[in-house]
Design a protein. Sequence first.
Length: 63
Amino acid sequence: MFSRLTGRGVAGASQPLVPVNQVLPFDAWLLAAALSLMLIGFVMISSASIEVASVKMITPSFI
């Protein structure tokens, strides 16, 4: 059990609060690649729909 103030265990031995070599439960590079592809796709779809809306409607949005 850790003390909240000192971060030391019950016996007084110094133990780190967070493991140094903590392994993430997911692949960070894969998550970054997927999010960037989603962002690029969102920009492409929104820019295309703005063009269609400006031709068919008065405003460049469908609102």
